[in-house]
Design a protein around this ligand. Sequence first.
Ligand code: SF4
Ligand code: SF4
Length: 158
Amino acid sequence: MEYTKKGYFLEKHIKFPSKKRLREKPVAIIECTQNIPCNPCVEACPFGAITIEGNINSSPEVNFETCTGCGFCLGICPGLAIFLMDLSKGYGLVTIPYELFPPDKGEPVDLLDRSGQKVGEGTIEQIRNLKKYDRTILVTLKMDEKLIKIVRGFRRKK
Ligand code: SF4
Ligand code: SF4
């Protein structure tokens, strides 16, 4: 996959599911820049939704129809390169893997794009900290639906 010299993808570099699929349930989006021998995401998916074609150094791909949005792959990815997007509740939800002290549910936060720039404001919808996610916290951010392809991080206000 192609990405900028600063090491992050632009929206045009990423394969997204259809709006119809996004309105059904959460779905994994892989934004992996690592052309190295790595495949725990493939092994972690209980539904066989992630594949790496050919060489193990190739980029993984998600089958959006097979993916259930369970989040296992987010917790296992050492590169924190997998996110969930979801429009099933009538607003935008983006789930990110997070390895710092977790925010509180309902907390207002600044929403950041892939370069770390603020692009809006949202709230913490859900925090998941389960053993099955390999103790990586999954933070779900609530936002305007037009932001879900853009937001990939957040900044606490306090
Ligand atoms: S979210 Fe779950 S079903 Fe979807 S690719 Fe990741 S592990 Fe597989
Ligand atoms: S586990 Fe993460 S870093 Fe490794 S190939 Fe999968 S998406 Fe890329």
